[in-house]
Ligand binder design. Structure first.
Ligand SMILES: C[S@@+](CC[C@H](N)C(=O)[O-])C[C@H]1O[C@@H](n2cnc3c(N)ncnc32)[C@H](O)[C@@H]1O
Length: 265
């Protein structure tokens, strides 16, 4: 496998990331499942929870969609608080894990296989749409993903999502001190791409947008931004998750959490 920075279309991103998440799902759930909690809601590797953040508001009796729902842990938390949460994910294997945890916990998250850029729901279907590190950084056509969210939300509805903090794109993805020296331009939006050496096929893609890009995207789709939270690394939290660690997290933000409301038209 080799790493490149180069433009990638929406189709190519999806063709790479769906199978990649299918391959990775078992390892992902066995490595991170306990930390996530079967019916837990963390916004990222810092362990910052929705109970602390409160960006979704009171979810009881609300129609809620999780985009990039994985094994549905966050949606199960919403259900356990009286919300009608539904999941959508690109990876069949991730959704199989969701079904497994539904059966184990007795808290079922009805979920569909799909993509963030073409939500299979009618207009004005939901009060809340959210993604916890789900979908958005894997999508090339981000305008479509944000406008699809606006379409399925009811006026006044809430949108919240966490992503890798955009400033992290300046640094090598290394949890140690090597990951603290800026070596890439923050403004370079060229996607991160992994290519299979043997076949030349793109096998994984991530897309970068700056903080300013996110403000423009949300405002352009009719949202008013209500929060931009940058969770601090908690005292005594020593878990390493990919490039996230205490070494870096005590100095630079690893996660950005946006909250927004859809303005009435
Ligand atoms: C880091 S996981 C986050 C899932 C869950 N919130 C968690 O913390 O485990 C990212 C999820 O996004 C999904 N995903 C990637 N691209 C997507 C797309 N275009 N549309 C919907 N989901 C997508 C992946 O299959 C994966 O389950």
């Amino acid at each position: 496998m080799r790493v490149e920075r180069r433009p990638v279309s929406e189709q190519e991103s999806r063709r790479a990331n769906g199978p990649d998440w299918d391959r990775y799902a078992d390892e992902y759930q066995s490595t991170h499942g306990e930390f996530l909690g079967d019916a837990g809601f963390v916004w990222g590797p810092e362990g910052f929870t929705e109970a602390e953040a409160g960006v979704l508001g009171d979810v009881a009796d609300r129609d809620v969609l999780e985009v990039g729902s994985g094994a549905g842990q966050c949606s199960r938390w919403v259900r356990s608080r009286g919300g009608r949460a539904y999941g959508l994910d690109l990876s069949f294997r991730q959704l199989q894990h969701s079904r497994r945890i539904d059966a184990e916990t007795g808290v079922c998250v009805p979920s569909v296989l799909g993509t963030a850029t073409a939500l299979p729901f009618a207009d004005d279907s939901f009060d809340v749409v959210f993604s916890s590190f789900g979908a958005l950084q894997f999508v090339s056509e981000i305008d479509a993903a944000v406008s699809e969210t606006a379409r399925v939300l009811r006026p006044g509805g809430r949108y919240a999502f966490s992503i890798t903090h955009p400033t992290r794109w300046m640094f090598p993805d290394d949890p140690g001190v090597e990951g603290l020296t800026a070596s890439q331009s923050y403004w370079d939006r060229t996607p991160y791409v992994e290519v299979d050496d043997a076949t030349g096929v793109v096998s994984y893609v991530e897309h970068h947008r700056t903080l300013g890009d996110w403000v423009s995207l949300l405002a352009g789709a009719g949202f008013m931004i209500t929060e931009l939270l940058e969770p601090e690394w908690p005292e005594g939290h020593e878990r390493v998750w990919g490039g996230w660690s205490g070494v870096r997290g005590r100095l630079t933000p690893g996660t950005a959490l946006f909250g927004a409301r859809l303005l009435p038209t």
